[in-house]
Design a protein around this ligand. Structure first.
Ligand code: FAD
Length: 381
């Protein structure tokens, strides 16, 4: 067994950390306050090679592995959840379905621009009436002589309405039998007539990440726009989420790490009752507990990424990593606010944004309850 992070991953970690501290940290609070998606930072993250991380260089990708993806998401989230969300979703939810399920022509057509961060692709699964129950989709695709007509809507879709959004993978109902819907995915380009993507404002967290409500008013797409097989849409989406959950867990780990570091620094500097608050056992025990939780979470998540990289079954392990890391991040960021006292609740504190940003992670890409359903299934329940 080797518990050392490989040399190239250490180098990646240091590079992303330096970039996040130099380029993202100074802009993050302002972008968050203004709810502004940054094309400029996305371009810079593209130059750093943070898009198409696991995609083969043949399609413009970086040819790295999932451990590298996890390390990069963790380091971005250690500084800012919004930029981490853009990168995490672009790699797993945007690029993933095209890379793993696309035809050669679809890969050649779409991947090169998505792997530079020049363009973003989105993952259209959730609908107003179909969240955890993703097979309850109402968006329909009807076959015509020249292709398909898509009608319906999607909600809470990441990277779908930014100035550089190029399109979305849409899960649609294409038929059904015995009350079971036949679900099929289509690649729908941003300029398609009848398609609109409206940015959703007023989020608690990830305020500088792009989230949109989508409407499909009789959108015509060609036969070539089908992704994977007819009826294979749900499996495609669920397999994509298995890998995506590693990215969500990594963002939780990063937020916890950022909040923890800020708390240790604060405990060494803030004085009450004539001494540094870190000298009070009541505070130092909270910091010790944070260290224990973060260490556990990182060890488990890296193992889940290792399983994925070695092409071993990893669905249950990804669900465990997502569940544990995201619930750990809630506990750790809450304790971080506690250590900061009243200051921790103010916008200019180091921990207020971590506390908000981590909250989505127990909901997105399958809630904590759905992770328990997945883990329960592995137990034959
Ligand atoms: C900022 C943001 C970005 C997102 N990005 C995307 C994206 O890019 N693409 C996309 O498709 N979706 C995206 N989502 C949607 C996200 O995946 C869903 O919000 C999530 O899957 C939960 O669905 P829901 O919100 O409809 O909640 P619901 O499914 O209505 O759940 C409500 C509650 O009921 C519980 N519940 C439901 N079913 C069960 C069950 N069987 N057992 C126990 N408890 C259950 C849930 O755990 C939850 O607590 C995003 C959401 C947000 C907020």
């Amino acid at each position: 067994m080797d518990f050392d992070l490989p040399q190239e991953h250490k180098l990646l970690r240091d590079t992303v950390r330096a970039f996040a501290e130099a380029e993202i940290a100074p802009a993050a609070a302002d972008l968050d306050a203004r709810e502004e998606f940054s094309v400029e930072l996305t371009g810079k993250m593209g130059e750093l090679g943070l898009f198409g991380m696991v995609v083969s260089p043949e399609y413009g990708g970086q040819g790295l592995d999932y451990l590298a993806y996890v390390v990069a998401c963790e380091e971005l989230a250690r500084v800012d959840g919004s930029q981490a969300a853009t990168v995490s979703a672009a790699n797993s939810l945007g690029i993933g379905p095209i890379y793993y399920f696309g035809s050669e022509a679809q890969k050649q057509k779409y991947l090169p621009a998505l792997c530079t961060g020049e363009g973003l692709w989105a993952f259209g699964l959730t609908e107003p009436g179909a969240g955890s129950d993703s097979r309850a989709s109402q968006t329909r695709a009807t076959e015509t002589e020249s292709g398909w007509v898509i009608s319906g809507s999607k909600l809470f879709i990441t990277n779908a309405s930014s100035p550089i959004s190029r399109g979305v993978t849409v899960q649609s109902v294409t038929g059904g039998r015995d009350g079971r819907p036949e679900l099929t995915c289509f690649l729908l380009e941003q300029e398609t007539a009848g398609f609109s993507a409206t940015t959703m404002h007023g989020k608690l967290m990830w305020r500088a990440s792009d989230t949109a409500e989508l409407s499909f008013a009789e959108c015509h797409v060609s036969e070539d726009a089908m992704l994977g097989t007819r009826g294979g849409g749900s499996n495609l989406m669920l397999e994509t989420l298995d890998s995506g959950r590693l990215g969500i867990a990594a963002m939780a780990l990063g937020a916890a790490q950022g909040a923890f570091e800020a708390s240790v620094a604060y405990a060494k500097e803030r004085e009450q009752f004539g001494q540094k608050i870190g000298k009070f056992q009541g505070v130092s025990f909270q910091l010790a507990d944070m260290a224990v939780e973060i260490d556990h979470a990182r060890a488990y998540l890296y193992r889940a990424a290792w399983l994925r990289d070695h092409e071993r079954p990893f669905r249950t392990e990804a669900a465990i990593a997502k569940l544990f890391c995201t619930e750990m991040a809630s506990r750790v960021t809450d304790a971080a606010v506690q250590v900061h006292g009243g200051y921790g609740l103010m916008k200019d504190s180091a921990v207020e944004r971590f506390y908000r940003d981590q909250r989505i992670l127990r909901i997105g890409e399958g809630t904590s309850e759905i992770q328990r359903v997945v883990i329960g299934r592995s137990l034959g329940l």
